[in-house]
Each structure stands twice: as C-alpha cells, then as structure tokens.
Design a protein around this ligand. Structure first.
Ligand SMILES: NC(=O)c1ccc[n+]([C@@H]2O[C@H](COP(=O)([O-])OP(=O)(O)OC[C@H]3O[C@@H](n4cnc5c(N)ncnc54)[C@H](OP(=O)(O)O)[C@@H]3O)[C@@H](O)[C@H]2O)c1
Length: 315
C-alpha cells in the first residue's frame, strides 16, 4: 500500500510502498482519509517522545480519520506499530475508534482531535474540573492552547486567563473566549500572576513548563487564597523539559501537581474524550486552522518551516 515510511530517528519520512496490515484479534481495519501532523506524531517519529518505540521502519501517525470496512466514518487513535495512520490503511483496537459526526469534515476532525483532547481529557480526567471554576491556560497561543481556552469556557469555566508571547494571538484569544490575557514577555508578568492568583485560580493547563510554569506555581503557592486547591496540569513542554520546584511550594500551599497525556490518562479515556469533543466541536466552535497536504508530499511538508496552520495529510 502507499504510505509514509520512517526509516530512522533523524530522517524525515518518505512516501513509498509498505505491506498492507493483517488483522490481529480485537483489531479493525481503517481506510485512512486524513491524519494531522501533531507534535506527538513528530516526536514519536524522531524517537524523542517517551512513548516512542524506536523500531524501524514504521509508518508514522498516531491518529486520523477514515472509514471502517462497513463505511462508518471514524476517528482512530494509536494504530498497532509498525502501522501508523499516515498510509492507505491502518489497524487499531476496536476500542480506539469513535464515530465522527456528519457536521465536521475529515480534515477538520483530524486537526482538532489531538489538540482538543489535550485540554478536554485534562479537565475531565485529571483536574476534577467543575463548572464555575477559574482556569489559567499557560501557552495558549498554539493550536492546543487556543482550543483549551474555548473548551474550558464550553465546559463551564467562569473565568479563563490565557498566557502567551504572540501579541496578535493573545488579542484574538480575548475575542474568542479568554476573559484576561497575560503576555509572557511583559515586565509585569509576575505582578499580573499575583493579582490573578490572589483572586483564585482553580486549574492551570500548562503547555509550556519551564520558567513561566515555575512562576505560576510560585504565585499560586504564595498568593492563592488559603485552602483553595490549585490543580496544576502539565500537558506540554514547549519552553523546557525541567523545572526545579522548591519543596516549600508543595508544603506551604494546596498546589496539586499532575500531568495529562498518554500514560496518565488511559487510552480508552483519551479516545472517549475525543469522541465527546468531536460530537460538540462544530456547535461549540472548536476548530483549528488547517493546511491539507497530499500524503505523497510528506517529505517536503515534514521539514517545511513551522506554520500557524496545522498540516493534515490527506490520503
Ligand atoms: N499531553 C497531551 O495530551 C497533549 C496533546 C496535544 C499537545 N500536547 C503538547 O502541547 C504542546 C503544544 O502543542 P500545540 O499542538 O498547541 O502546538 P503548536 O500549535 O505548534 O503551538 C505551539 C505553541 O507553543 C508556543 N511556544 C513555543 N515555544 C515557546 C516558548 N519558549 N515560550 C512560550 N511559548 C512558546 C508557540 O508560541 P508562539 O505563537 O509565540 O510561537 C505556539 O503558540 C506541545 O508540547 C504538544 O506536544 C500535549
């Protein structure tokens, strides 16, 4: 079959021929139509993600949209290696598939799935989020962060505070769900954090880690209302992989430090989160700017400069 093929950790995938997958017990075959190029897919292909298997050659792509043999349109996640989503066909466990509603296109569903899941699963399965709470999204200017702002509002957040460094994207967030924005580049970032922490932040969805996460944890511990738990959910590490956290932050406050992703949320709950989100995506305005690219052009698209639009390979 036609497929993208990864032959080693430091090389971009090439378009070529790969064997058709044979079904194993409990699996179903998907005829793929669309698969998004997420950070997770890139990191697993390069071998740098903690869940990467590093056995070559394999087909990249952690998820996608396609048709089952009976014609049902589905989103599918975590195909059995070496059969990834970026190929004519893929195989997944039957439990890793959810229907795609009629009101969203294959490309739009593929683009929004992993990015939207990051906050939907974090709020539903890690944060014990309740309607009426205040959510701070750290690093809200990317695809996942922008969706996190709208998803937090959609799930009933009273107030959503967004941080980021891109001024245009922050201004757009104020028009699209955020009640307040804080620039990571402003001199008064710390003062702003103090003010918002003192008013009470219940949940932090963190896409950055690094220095800003350190400052948010510190402000939550120092200025947060006594006894009010701040559930800090680590989701992405765009700004750094490590933070040195003083013991006093955890001892002196009700800060709870958790993560959300593969391993901390079961695959079944990650997939069901995507199903819930897709069911409401169009009505709730949950979308991502996309750039559809034929799979045959993967070698060039993979190494192209970062774009503000999410690349979705079409098959
Ligand atoms: N755990 C999960 O379930 C899950 C699911 C999906 C994604 N993620 C993770 O979430 C993160 C974001 O993913 P995405 O899909 O939103 O990516 P994206 O669309 O490429 O956006 C990345 C964002 O990160 C910002 N950024 C990069 N480096 C930064 C820095 N040093 N300081 C501040 N901001 C910085 C960029 O800001 P500018 O606009 O200023 O360049 C951009 O807005 C990734 O780490 C991804 O792996 C996790």
């Amino acid at each position: 079959m036609k497929a993208a093929i990864v032959t080693g950790p430091t090389v971009a995938p090439v378009y070529g021929e790969f064997p058709y997958p044979a079904l194993q017990e409990g699996e179903i075959r998907v005829g793929v139509t669309a698969s998004a190029l997420s950070h997770l897919t890139r990191a697993r292909a390069s071998g740098s993600h903690y869940s990467a298997q590093n056995e070559y050659p394999f087909v990249p792509g952690v998820d996608g949209v396609g048709r089952l043999e009976d014609g049902t349109r589905v989103y599918f996640a975590m195909p059995r290696s070496p059969f990834g989503a970026m190929a004519e066909q893929s195989v997944v466990r039957a439990s890793h598939v959810v229907p795609v509603p009629d009101d969203i296109s294959d490309v739009a569903a593929a683009a929004v799935a992993n990015a939207g899941m990051s906050s939907w699963a974090a709020l539903r399965h890690r944060a014990r989020f309740k309607a009426g709470e205040t959510v701070l999204v750290n690093g809200a200017t990317g695809a996942s962060g922008q969706l996190a702002v709208r998803i937090a509002k959609h799930l009933g957040a009273e107030k959503v505070i967004a941080t980021g460094r891109n001024p245009q994207a922050l201004a757009a967030l104020l028009r699209n769900g955020a009640d307040a924005v804080i620039s990571l580049l402003d001199q008064d970032f710390g003062d702003q954090l103090q003010k918002h922490s003192a008013s009470g932040i219940d949940v932090v969805l963190d896409y950055l880690w690094g220095n800003s996460a350190f400052k948010i944890l510190g402000a939550a511990a120092k200025y947060g209302p006594a006894g009010r738990a701040v559930r800090f959910i680590q989701i992405g590490s765009m700004a750094g992989t490590e933070v040195a956290i003083p013991a006093s932050i955890l001892r002196s406050s009700c800060v709870e430090l958790l993560g959300s992703g593969i391993g901390s949320v079961s695959l079944e709950n990650l997939v069901s989160s995507i199903g819930e989100m897709l069911a409401t995506a169009t009505a709730a305005g949950l979308d991502v700017a996309t750039q559809p690219v034929p799979l045959s052009e993967i070698a060039d698209a993979w190494i192209a400069e970062e774009s503000s639009r999410r690349i979705v390979f079409t098959v």
